[in-house]
Write a protein that binds this ligand. Structure first.
Ligand code: G4P
Length: 193
Protein backbone atom coordinates (compact mmCIF):
# COMPACT_ATOMS: atom_id res chain seq x y z
CA UNK A 1 0.00 0.00 0.00
CA UNK A 2 1.83 3.03 -1.35
CA UNK A 3 0.56 5.61 1.18
CA UNK A 4 1.69 3.44 4.09
CA UNK A 5 5.11 2.71 2.59
CA UNK A 6 5.66 6.43 1.89
CA UNK A 7 4.71 7.21 5.48
CA UNK A 8 7.10 4.60 6.89
CA UNK A 9 9.89 6.08 4.72
CA UNK A 10 9.02 9.59 5.89
CA UNK A 11 8.33 9.07 9.60
CA UNK A 12 9.53 5.60 10.61
CA UNK A 13 12.75 5.21 12.59
CA UNK A 14 14.88 2.10 12.81
CA UNK A 15 15.89 1.13 16.33
CA UNK A 16 18.81 -1.24 16.63
CA UNK A 17 18.84 -4.36 14.47
CA UNK A 18 15.21 -5.23 14.08
CA UNK A 19 12.71 -2.68 15.42
CA UNK A 20 10.79 -0.07 13.44
CA UNK A 21 9.40 2.82 15.46
CA UNK A 22 6.16 4.18 13.98
CA UNK A 23 4.75 5.90 17.03
CA UNK A 24 3.92 9.14 15.20
CA UNK A 25 1.15 7.57 13.08
CA UNK A 26 0.36 4.01 14.21
CA UNK A 27 1.43 2.72 17.63
CA UNK A 28 1.05 5.80 19.86
CA UNK A 29 -0.13 8.91 18.02
CA UNK A 30 -2.56 7.82 15.29
CA UNK A 31 -3.19 9.31 11.84
CA UNK A 32 -6.89 8.72 11.20
CA UNK A 33 -6.64 9.55 7.49
CA UNK A 34 -4.04 6.83 6.97
CA UNK A 35 -6.03 4.46 9.20
CA UNK A 36 -9.11 4.94 7.04
CA UNK A 37 -7.07 4.08 3.93
CA UNK A 38 -5.80 0.97 5.73
CA UNK A 39 -9.36 0.05 6.72
CA UNK A 40 -10.55 0.42 3.12
CA UNK A 41 -7.66 -1.61 1.68
CA UNK A 42 -8.42 -4.62 3.89
CA UNK A 43 -12.18 -4.21 3.50
CA UNK A 44 -11.89 -4.24 -0.32
CA UNK A 45 -9.73 -7.35 -0.20
CA UNK A 46 -12.15 -9.21 2.09
CA UNK A 47 -15.52 -7.70 1.07
CA UNK A 48 -16.62 -10.89 -0.73
CA UNK A 49 -15.47 -13.22 2.07
CA UNK A 50 -18.52 -12.97 4.31
CA UNK A 51 -16.58 -11.68 7.32
CA UNK A 52 -18.73 -11.45 10.48
CA UNK A 53 -16.09 -10.27 13.01
CA UNK A 54 -12.70 -8.58 13.01
CA UNK A 55 -10.42 -9.84 15.81
CA UNK A 56 -7.20 -8.31 17.12
CA UNK A 57 -5.09 -8.12 20.27
CA UNK A 58 -4.67 -5.07 22.43
CA UNK A 59 -3.21 -2.48 22.46
CA UNK A 60 -2.04 -1.13 19.11
CA UNK A 61 -3.88 -3.72 17.02
CA UNK A 62 -7.11 -2.07 18.15
CA UNK A 63 -6.68 0.98 15.96
CA UNK A 64 -6.37 -0.54 12.47
CA UNK A 65 -8.81 -3.33 13.44
CA UNK A 66 -11.53 -0.81 14.34
CA UNK A 67 -11.18 0.96 10.98
CA UNK A 68 -11.33 -2.36 9.10
CA UNK A 69 -14.41 -3.40 11.08
CA UNK A 70 -16.13 -0.10 10.35
CA UNK A 71 -15.50 -0.46 6.62
CA UNK A 72 -16.79 -4.06 6.64
CA UNK A 73 -19.76 -3.09 8.82
CA UNK A 74 -19.05 -5.78 11.45
CA UNK A 75 -18.02 -5.75 15.14
CA UNK A 76 -14.39 -5.73 16.24
CA UNK A 77 -13.22 -7.83 19.19
CA UNK A 78 -9.86 -7.30 20.85
CA UNK A 79 -8.25 -10.03 22.91
CA UNK A 80 -7.44 -8.70 26.37
CA UNK A 81 -4.13 -9.22 28.10
CA UNK A 82 -5.46 -8.67 31.61
CA UNK A 83 -8.64 -9.92 33.19
CA UNK A 84 -10.81 -7.26 34.78
CA UNK A 85 -13.67 -7.46 37.28
CA UNK A 86 -16.38 -7.32 34.63
CA UNK A 87 -15.06 -10.38 32.78
CA UNK A 88 -17.27 -12.92 34.53
CA UNK A 89 -18.30 -14.86 31.42
CA UNK A 90 -16.67 -18.01 30.07
CA UNK A 91 -13.31 -17.10 28.54
CA UNK A 92 -11.33 -18.52 25.65
CA UNK A 93 -7.61 -18.11 26.38
CA UNK A 94 -4.21 -18.61 24.77
CA UNK A 95 -0.65 -18.10 25.96
CA UNK A 96 1.36 -15.63 23.89
CA UNK A 97 5.12 -15.40 24.27
CA UNK A 98 6.68 -12.07 23.34
CA UNK A 99 10.22 -12.43 22.00
CA UNK A 100 10.65 -8.67 22.32
CA UNK A 101 9.49 -8.43 25.92
CA UNK A 102 10.61 -11.97 26.94
CA UNK A 103 7.35 -12.59 28.77
CA UNK A 104 4.41 -14.91 28.31
CA UNK A 105 0.98 -13.38 28.69
CA UNK A 106 -2.43 -14.97 28.67
CA UNK A 107 -4.79 -13.34 26.21
CA UNK A 108 -8.52 -13.82 26.45
CA UNK A 109 -11.80 -13.27 24.65
CA UNK A 110 -15.25 -13.85 26.12
CA UNK A 111 -16.77 -16.98 24.63
CA UNK A 112 -20.09 -15.22 24.04
CA UNK A 113 -18.63 -13.00 21.31
CA UNK A 114 -17.54 -15.89 19.06
CA UNK A 115 -19.36 -18.87 17.62
CA UNK A 116 -18.99 -21.56 14.98
CA UNK A 117 -21.10 -19.35 12.69
CA UNK A 118 -18.42 -16.64 12.66
CA UNK A 119 -16.03 -15.98 9.80
CA UNK A 120 -13.19 -13.93 11.20
CA UNK A 121 -10.57 -11.60 9.81
CA UNK A 122 -7.59 -11.19 12.17
CA UNK A 123 -5.93 -7.76 11.99
CA UNK A 124 -2.73 -6.65 13.73
CA UNK A 125 -0.36 -3.73 13.44
CA UNK A 126 2.89 -5.76 13.36
CA UNK A 127 3.77 -9.31 12.39
CA UNK A 128 7.15 -10.24 13.80
CA UNK A 129 7.49 -13.69 15.34
CA UNK A 130 3.81 -14.45 14.88
CA UNK A 131 3.06 -15.46 18.45
CA UNK A 132 0.18 -13.00 18.84
CA UNK A 133 -1.46 -14.16 15.59
CA UNK A 134 -0.98 -17.84 16.51
CA UNK A 135 -2.56 -17.21 19.94
CA UNK A 136 -5.58 -15.59 18.27
CA UNK A 137 -5.83 -18.50 15.81
CA UNK A 138 -5.91 -20.93 18.78
CA UNK A 139 -8.72 -18.97 20.43
CA UNK A 140 -10.74 -18.76 17.20
CA UNK A 141 -10.30 -22.48 16.52
CA UNK A 142 -11.48 -23.25 20.06
CA UNK A 143 -14.62 -21.22 19.30
CA UNK A 144 -15.12 -23.21 16.09
CA UNK A 145 -14.96 -20.01 14.03
CA UNK A 146 -13.67 -19.96 10.47
CA UNK A 147 -10.60 -17.77 9.87
CA UNK A 148 -10.56 -16.01 6.48
CA UNK A 149 -7.11 -14.48 6.84
CA UNK A 150 -4.60 -12.51 8.85
CA UNK A 151 -4.30 -8.87 7.77
CA UNK A 152 -1.12 -7.12 8.86
CA UNK A 153 -0.23 -3.45 8.59
CA UNK A 154 3.57 -3.90 8.82
CA UNK A 155 5.18 -7.30 8.34
CA UNK A 156 8.83 -7.84 9.24
CA UNK A 157 9.43 -10.51 6.61
CA UNK A 158 12.87 -11.35 8.01
CA UNK A 159 11.25 -12.78 11.14
CA UNK A 160 9.37 -16.06 11.32
CA UNK A 161 5.77 -14.88 11.81
CA UNK A 162 4.50 -15.06 8.25
CA UNK A 163 5.68 -18.60 7.60
CA UNK A 164 4.40 -19.81 11.00
CA UNK A 165 0.93 -18.42 10.22
CA UNK A 166 0.96 -19.71 6.63
CA UNK A 167 1.91 -23.16 7.95
CA UNK A 168 -1.56 -23.24 9.55
CA UNK A 169 -3.09 -22.83 6.08
CA UNK A 170 -4.37 -19.32 6.78
CA UNK A 171 -3.41 -16.62 4.24
CA UNK A 172 -1.42 -13.57 5.37
CA UNK A 173 -2.13 -10.23 3.67
CA UNK A 174 0.36 -7.48 4.56
CA UNK A 175 0.16 -3.84 3.49
CA UNK A 176 3.90 -3.28 3.95
CA UNK A 177 6.58 -5.98 3.96
CA UNK A 178 10.02 -5.24 5.31
CA UNK A 179 12.91 -7.32 4.00
CA UNK A 180 15.35 -5.82 6.49
CA UNK A 181 17.12 -2.73 7.71
CA UNK A 182 20.37 -1.44 6.23
CA UNK A 183 22.24 1.47 7.78
CA UNK A 184 19.10 2.79 9.41
CA UNK A 185 17.06 2.54 6.18
CA UNK A 186 14.05 0.29 5.67
CA UNK A 187 14.35 -2.16 2.78
CA UNK A 188 10.90 -3.12 1.48
CA UNK A 189 9.79 -6.13 -0.50
CA UNK A 190 6.63 -6.35 -2.59
CA UNK A 191 3.55 -6.03 -0.41
CA UNK A 192 0.34 -8.06 -0.75
CA UNK A 193 -1.94 -5.07 -1.45
P1 G4P B 1 4.63 -11.12 17.48
O1 G4P B 1 3.57 -10.16 18.00
O2 G4P B 1 4.63 -11.23 15.98
O3 G4P B 1 4.61 -12.42 18.17
O4 G4P B 1 6.04 -10.54 17.80
P2 G4P B 1 6.84 -10.15 19.09
O5 G4P B 1 6.50 -11.09 20.19
O6 G4P B 1 8.25 -10.02 18.69
O7 G4P B 1 6.22 -8.71 19.39
C1 G4P B 1 5.85 -8.31 20.66
C2 G4P B 1 5.26 -6.93 20.62
O8 G4P B 1 6.14 -6.03 19.96
C3 G4P B 1 3.95 -6.82 19.89
O9 G4P B 1 3.22 -5.82 20.53
C4 G4P B 1 4.36 -6.35 18.49
O10 G4P B 1 3.31 -5.67 17.85
C5 G4P B 1 5.49 -5.43 18.84
N1 G4P B 1 6.49 -5.31 17.78
C6 G4P B 1 7.22 -6.30 17.20
N2 G4P B 1 8.09 -5.78 16.34
C7 G4P B 1 7.90 -4.44 16.35
C8 G4P B 1 8.52 -3.36 15.65
O11 G4P B 1 9.43 -3.52 14.85
N3 G4P B 1 8.05 -2.11 15.94
C9 G4P B 1 7.05 -1.88 16.83
N4 G4P B 1 6.66 -0.62 17.01
N5 G4P B 1 6.45 -2.88 17.52
C10 G4P B 1 6.88 -4.14 17.27
P3 G4P B 1 2.48 -6.15 21.89
O12 G4P B 1 3.43 -6.29 23.01
O13 G4P B 1 1.60 -7.35 21.66
O14 G4P B 1 1.52 -5.04 22.24
P4 G4P B 1 1.30 -3.53 22.05
O15 G4P B 1 2.63 -2.88 21.87
O16 G4P B 1 0.41 -3.44 20.87
O17 G4P B 1 0.61 -3.19 23.33
Amino acid sequence: MDALISRIKQDGTVLGEDILKVDSFLTHQVDPVLMRQIGRAFAQRFEASGITKVVTIEASGNVPAAYVAEELGVPMIFAKKAKNVTMNDELLTAEVYSFTKKITSVVQISRKFLSAQDKVLIIDDFLANGQAALGLIDILKAAGAEIAGVGIVIEKSFQSGRSLVEDTGIPVISLARIAGFEQGQVIFREADL
